[in-house]
Design a binder for this molecule. Structure first.
Ligand code: NCD
Ligand code: ZN
Length: 346
């Protein structure tokens, strides 16, 4: 068995870096192994205008270790008041790469998201005109809809009708967690793609609920049944250009996770590449890892792949990595895949 693998340096097409001391504490885990990342705008308050994105971008670059070659790709948080011209100016000037659509209330810091989709038609039409992608958190928020069904129902009730109204809009279904999501992407054309997280390739809902409640495996969209995990693994390891990595690494300090009403989010930036090499090796698909982490994403976003390479090395002994990342805000627990990892990046 090959024990080294050299691939084009990866990008992360869905990442939460937060701000302030948390940003300073986590940025190096991404900038060490990834050249670029799509930065989620769900700060408090959110990144809504191009001016907000410019100042957040500066804070990210200031927090990044000097020796790391890392470019944050900024996104704007769509609200019902978003100005289509501001969005278009930001995209044309290269400051922002995409807009993010959160249905109001779908996840962490999404209260300013969209309730009435009619109100964002002008901005979506503008985005379609200029070729600007929309990243979407694809879950309905209705309290009477079972949380495990919210992604599949979003496709039927919201996403498909919306794409029929604006067929030229480039859409990325973020962190797809269901077979329905995978099938929907596969049944469509080149203007629709999906990101898949590291953790959803590894855990199903048993990780959260069986043998005691495990808040560190709780994220949104919540992990589903095993049949869905298998569909995600098939999509990720198939090489299909419409699927690429978005870790959705989402740090929260332990007290906010280990609570009677704990936050959603799993922190994987530090061990994502080791976990993915393990998954692709298990699926006999190591030769497809580069497409998933480094080629399909830039192709969909209309960017060049990175010119730098990384080498992954497999060792017989399990690798060591921290179980906690220490930040000045507090400790963040690192995703535990529940098996030893053998691949490291060097
Ligand atoms: C994210 C966060 O914490 O910001 N949480 C999560 O569970 N993934 C928000 C999100 O992407 O839904
Ligand atoms: Zn996210």
């Amino acid at each position: 068995m090959a024990n080294t693998l050299t691939i084009t340096k990866p990008d992360d097409w869905h990442l939460h870096l937060r701000d302030g001391d948390m940003l300073k504490g986590v940025i190096a885990d991404t900038s060490a192994n990834f050249s670029r990342a799509i930065i989620m705008p769900n700060l408090v308050p959110p990144v809504i205008t191009v001016a907000d994105a410019i100042s957040y971008r500066e804070r990210i670059l200031a927090a990044k270790p000097k020796g790391h070659n890392f470019t944050p790709l900024m996104t704007l948080y769509l609200t019902e008041q978003t100005d289509p011209n501001d969005v278009a100016d930001g995209f044309k000037s290269g400051v922002v790469s995409a807009c993010k659509l959160y249905p109001a209330g779908a996840t962490t810091n999404s209260a300013s998201g969209v309730s009435n989709f009619d109100n964002i038609m002008p901005v979506l039409e503008k985005m379609a005109d200029i070729g600007m992608p929309m990243c979407v958190h694809g879950e309905v928020t209705d309290s009477d809809i079972d949380i495990f069904d919210r992604e599949a129902i979003f496709i039927d009730r919201v996403l498909d009708p919306l794409r029929k109204r604006i067929p030229e809009l480039k859409v990325i279904m973020e962190h797809v967690t269901t077979k329905e999501g995978v099938d929907y992407v596969k049944s469509n054309d080149t203007l629709l793609a999906a990101t898949l997280t590291t953790h959803h390739l590894i855990i199903n809902r048993n990780a959260i609920l069986a043998g005691g409640i495990k808040p560190h495996y709780y994220c949104l969209p919540v992990a589903k049944r095993e049949l869905h995990r298998l569909a995600l693994r098939e999509a990720a390891t198939s090489g299909d250009k419409r699927f690429f990595l978005g870790t959705d690494s989402a740090p929260h300090i332990d007290p906010l996770k280990l609570s009677a009403c704990g936050c959603a989010g799993i922190y994987t930036s530090i061990n994502t590449m080791s976990c993915l090499a393990h998954v692709f090796e298990q699926e006999n698909a190591l030769e497809k890892l580069e497409a998933f982490t480094s080629l399909n994403g830039p192709a969909f976003y209309g960017m060049e792949p990175n010119s730098e390479k990384i080498t992954l090395t497999r060792q017989d002994e399990p690798i060591e990595y921290p179980t906690k990342v220490k930040t000045k805000q507090g400790d963040v627990t690192v995703f535990d895949p529940m098996f030893p990892l053998h691949w490291s990046v060097n």
